[in-house]
Write a protein that binds this ligand. Structure first.
Ligand code: GLA
Length: 562
């Protein structure tokens, strides 16, 4: 990127909105035509990537064997169509023309034959680079060299296009931060430049951005997510799934599944067709994951409309594992065209209850059991925002075992330890349309990246009536409805601002009871235009107050029912 553009963006960050034009093309390849506009990645991408299973221990044969296995297992026919190569494919140095060189040990015939073979199987081809001067393993990156100079975003994008790349992941190691620039600004320059480069090469390429990940635990993450929406279609925004290691193949990896789920779930406001929050690879069925845990990852990822990118040795997946990741009814929840993020209906120390609206008017419900013992659940339609009353009943189908419940007034089940039950439900006409009902959470962001908080319990806290933020317990006092008019309802009461203070009172059409929810996650009161604010970001219960809205303040970033 030339310095002029860098300066323009630094001086006028809003210009990026105009520079990040949507993707328009008359020949959709992987996109879906909506009017005359093509949405790239209209549904969450599905496929395979080498990284979490192989790291750098792979060659072109590994890639093509897995592509073949996707076909022979039937997973490709169920949607797992992308075959993506991660880090380590390129040499450490560029050639005399500044072009990337393919690692000759791994790819003795170069990259193009591999891409062609993948396409010949009817699949899509993905590749990886880095926004810094070096990738995370130290190979040649696309970004600015240390101390500045020339980047290679456009030159490299031309190379990908010449190979026929369909999906591109840009990582975030070794990004150069110029003097006087913040890390967030440096990232924005790099990802904007990559966006422009991909646009310039005249091939629709899905852009997967790993921009927000390094900001996990800080409010800057939300700033990055806000501009990242304009540049790409998939956004990683947290730490990696635990990788597989042959030396300890059964080392449990479920904790990383729970953690990645926890940091992705509050991001519903950023998600829509063409913009997918990516909690990282699907390791379901791989070493270190029991069948119950594999069902959990598949169900949770599908409830979040997450990309389903397997990272395992596909030929070695057992029939039981294949049945889980290939479950068509669960895949249909993931691929539902509405593309909603699940709402966290309730969270207790043992369970999470999730709800997701579907395009055909049905819905999906899932219950995760994190605990070591089975848990019984008993859920009412009103928990999901349907009209309360005996006439409202549900038809439900358990998508793992096919069991059906008809016209029930409560959904009942026992969920095994570490398992997740997932139902497709149809509410009777008396239930009406579901309102946006569930928890309102505040995530525990602080300035100095608390990577030690790798647990759900430490990350999100729940808004609790009449007006505190504390541990999520699953109590009715933590269920809120955000109405289309902008009320925050708890039972028959509404959150209002009186005398400058937030409090619950009987609902009435007063301005002070209406709230605007912004992409940054702020709840802005219509009466005094101030933001609902927790007293502090710590994990202890906090009181609420109203304060002037600041830019990305940890105490003002809320996640609402979707
Ligand atoms: C980072 C990314 C991973 C993978 C590795 C490769 O850790 O988050 O997904 O791409 O780099 O080095």
């Amino acid at each position: 990127m030339d310095i002029t553009r860098r300066q323009i963006l630094a001086l006028f960050p809003a210009a990026a909105v105009f520079l990040a034009a949507a993707c328009w093309t008359s020949v959709p390849v992987f996109g879906e035509q909506v009017g005359h506009k093509t949405i790239l990645a209209a549904t969450p991408p599905m496929g395979w990537n080498d990284w979490a299973h192989y790291e750098c221990r792979y060659t072109s044969k590994t890639i093509l064997d897995n592509a073949q296995a996707l076909v022979s297992t039937g997973l490709a026919a169920r949607g797992y169509k992308l075959v993506a190569i991660d880090d380590c494919w390129m040499a450490k140095e560029r050639d005399a023309n500044g072009d990337l060189q393919v690692d000759p040990q791994r790819f003795p015939d170069g990259m193009k034959p591999v891409a062609d073979a993948v396409h010949k199987l009817g699949m899509e081809f993905g590749i990886y680079e880095d926004a810094g001067s070096k990738t995370c393993v130290g190979a040649a990156g696309s970004g600015l060299p240390k101390r500045g100079g020339q980047d290679h975003f456009l030159q490299d994008a031309r190379l990908y296009a010449s190979w026929g790349v369909d999906y591109f992941k840009l990582d975030n190691c070794n990004v150069y931060v110029a003097h006087g620039e913040t890390e967030e600004q440096a990232f924005r320059m790099a990802f904007a430049a990559e966006h422009e480069a991909l646009e310039a090469v005249g091939r629709p390429i899905i852009f997967s951005e790993c921009a927000a990940s390094v900001f996990l635990g800080t409010p800057d993450r939300y700033t990055v997510l806000s501009w990242g929406k304009g540049y790409g279609q998939v956004f990683r925004q947290g730490t990696d799934m635990d990788d597989f290691h042959a030396a300890s193949p059964n080392r449990s990896r479920f904790r990383s599944v729970l953690w990645n789920y926890a940091y992705t779930l509050p991001l519903g406001r950023f998600q829509e067709p063409g913009n997918w929050a990516d909690p990282d690879f699907l390791i379901a069925g791989d070493g270190g994951m029991s069948l119950a845990e594999s069902r959990s990852q598949m169900a949770l990822w599908s409830m979040m409309s997450a990309p389903l990118i397997l990272s395992s040795d596909v030929a070695k997946l057992t029939p039981e594992a294949l049945a889980i990741v290939g479950n068509e009814a669960v895949i249909a929840i993931d691929q539902d065209p509405l593309g909603q993020m699940a709402t966290l209906v309730g969270r207790s120390p043992e369970t999470d209850v999730l709800f997701k609206r579907l395009a055909d008017g049905a819905a999906a419900v899932a219950v995760l059991n994190r605990s070591e013992a089975p848990v019984k659940v008993d859920l009412r339609p009103a928990d999901f925002g349907f009209a309360a009353g005996a006439e409202c009943t549900l038809d439900a189908k358990d998508l793992w075992n096919g069991q059906e419940q008809s016209s029930v007034s409560t959904l009942q089940a026992e969920v095994a330890s570490h398992d997740t039950i997932i139902w497709r439900i149809q509410a009777s006409s008396q239930c009406g349309k579901p309102s946006r009902t569930g928890t309102i959470t505040l995530t525990n962001e602080v300035k100095n990246r608390p990577y030690s908080i790798h647990s759900i319990e430490g990350y999100a806290r729940c808004l609790t009536a009449p007006g505190t933020v504390g541990e999520c317990t699953g109590a009715a006092r933590q269920s809120w409805t955000f109405t289309p008019q902008g009320e925050l309802r708890s039972g028959h009461q509404c959150m209002a601002v009186l005398g400058g203070k937030p409090l619950l009172e009987a609902c009435s059409p007063a301005n002070a009871q209406y709230w605007r929810y912004t992409l940054e996650g702020n709840l802005v009161n219509n009466g005094n235009l101030q933001c609902l604010t927790a007293a502090g970001p710590g994990s202890k219960p906090q009181s609420l107050r109203m304060q002037v809205c600041g830019h990305s303040l940890a105490t003002q970033i809320w996640s609402l029912p979707n």
